[in-house]
Design a protein around this ligand. Structure first.
Ligand code: ADP
Ligand code: MG
Length: 210
């Protein structure tokens, strides 16, 4: 699946995706805070929840916009409402995705555009794959998408990659202050990213056009 049908998303599809993301973050907010308490300051769940709630409150007007505009607006809302380190990073992902989608053509499919948006996150965070961040889920998800993996496999891969961050030493963000003591704990941002990926994949699978 190249993600082509996502690019032509109907407002109702986008509203459903926003709700699916909000619901999974709300259900897992305490867990994300617990992960962040171990290697950060314990606020990742509440930060993500605040961001998702803000987008949900505006979901009808956002979903009525053309998809690139909608994604850019959601990105801005995430920057303003998640706060912390994760806000600008998730915000950059959505804003860059919206911007890049405008230039989608025959030579650049959805996985290529997603790669460019993830690279923008890496530049914003001055971080790389292997630094124990949300990038350790985003890059493998993009790779799976580029290889046309089924949605259920992409979700499973995201969860697996989040778990793999436990073995990594944090090189960026608050967790990096712990040095070797960050090893043995799952990164909260990688975990929220896997939860969101799973929610999106599940929703798209259930609402796949006939
Ligand atoms: P804060 O660290 O400001 O409290 P959050 O707790 O909301 O912000 O988010 C922490 C998460 O943000 C981390 O688990 C990590 O995945 C991600 N993160 C932090 N700094 C960076 C960075 N420089 N590059 C990429 N991701 C980062
Ligand atoms: Mg935190």
């Amino acid at each position: 699946m190249s993600g082509g049908f996502l690019v032509q998303a109907e407002p109702v599809l986008l509203m459903g995706l926003i709700e699916a993301c909000r619901a999974t973050i709300a259900a897992n907010s305490d867990h994300l805070c617990a992960l962040d308490r171990a290697i950060g300051d314990g606020d990742h769940g509440t930060n993500m929840r605040r961001g998702c709630d803000a987008v949900s409150a505006d979901e009808a007007s956002v979903s009525a916009l053309p998809l690139p505009d909608a994604l850019e607006k959601i990105g801005l809302m995430l920057v303003m409402n998640i706060g912390g380190a994760a806000g600008p990073l998730y915000g950059t992902l959505l804003m860059a995705l919206g911007r890049e989608l405008r230039t989608l053509d025959d030579d650049r499919d959805f996985p290529t555009v997603l790669k460019q948006a993830i690279d923008a996150v890496a530049r914003r965070g001055r971080s790389h794959a292997g630094d124990k961040t949300l990038l350790d889920v985003l890059y493998p998800v993009q790779d799976a998408l580029a290889h046309c993996s089924p949605l259920t496999d992409i979700a499973r891969q995201a969860e697996h990659c989040a778990e793999l961050t436990a073995a990594m030493k944090a090189m960026r963000g608050r967790a990096s202050y712990l040095g070797d003591r960050s090893i043995g704990h799952v990164d909260p941002g990688a975990s929220s990213c896997a939860l969101l990926t799973t929610a999106i994949c599940r929703y798209l699978e259930e609402h796949r056009p006939a």
